[in-house]
Write a protein that binds this ligand. Structure first.
Ligand code: S6P
Ligand code: ZN
Length: 196
């Protein structure tokens, strides 16, 4: 049996912090190529490099049937009409699914089937659980005005594959239209449509 430190960890749902767990922080400069409107991205970056999100990860064991979890916090904000978001990834071990549980704030997840490109926007809210199937790229956005925190549980051997996203990005983009998040195809974002 594992020792008690590995069996129990306590997370702060307001900040996403987990005492003793490593924290990964990503700033705007770490998300080059993620936002659809490059001019808006570059313009903000010339003035500041805000923290977009942080993730604290707990990895009690790395065996075949083990699980890991991460608690993420995404700050509120936008680049043009696009919300602050995560880089997004596929799992290196493609069959690995994942559960996300909303803790605080208002979020959405963009899910994209790797084989078909089929995309869905799913709400991530307190008391809501989002199932991310295997072979599905996932990216999370804060669509509210307060920090979004969430809890994600995934197989220990899932891993992160960022390369596929860096190459092709997601097929769709989630932007704010009339005060609400909307899923649109990236290719429809002509310069005119980008700045209504
Ligand atoms: C891991 C899980 C999350 C993300 C986190 C940050 O499988 O999906 O813990 O790592 O939401 O996203 P990203 O795309 O920067 O890893
Ligand atoms: Zn994941």
């Amino acid at each position: 049996m594992m020792n008690i430190e590995k069996l129990l960890s306590c997370y702060n749902p307001a900040t996403g912090e987990i005492p003793g767990a490593p924290v990964l922080k990503r700033h705007l400069s770490d998300l080059k190529g993620c936002f659809a409107v490059v001019e808006a991205y570059d313009q903000v970056l010339t003035q500041s490099n805000p923290l977009l999100y942080s993730v604290s990860a707990v990895e009690p064991a790395g065996g075949e049937g083990d699980l890991h979890y991460g608690v993420g916090m995404i700050m509120p904000g936008k680049i043009g009409d696009e919300y602050f978001m995560t880089k997004g990834h596929l799992h290196s071990w493609r069959p690995a699914a994942e559960f996300y549980f909303g803790l605080t704030g208002d979020g959405v997840m963009l899910l994209e089937d790797e084989a078909t490109g089929e995309s869905r926007m799913v709400e991530l809210r307190p008391n809501g659980a989002v199932y991310v199937p295997g072979r599905t790229a996932h990216r999370t956005m804060n669509v509210g005005r307060t920090p979004l925190t969430y809890f994600g549980v995934y197989p220990a051997k899932a891993g992160h594959d960022y390369a596929a996203i860096a190459k092709n990005n997601f097929r769709c983009v989630i932007i704010e239209r009339h005060g609400k998040p909307e899923l649109v195809e990236r290719k429809t974002l002509t310069p005119a449509a980008r700045h209504p």
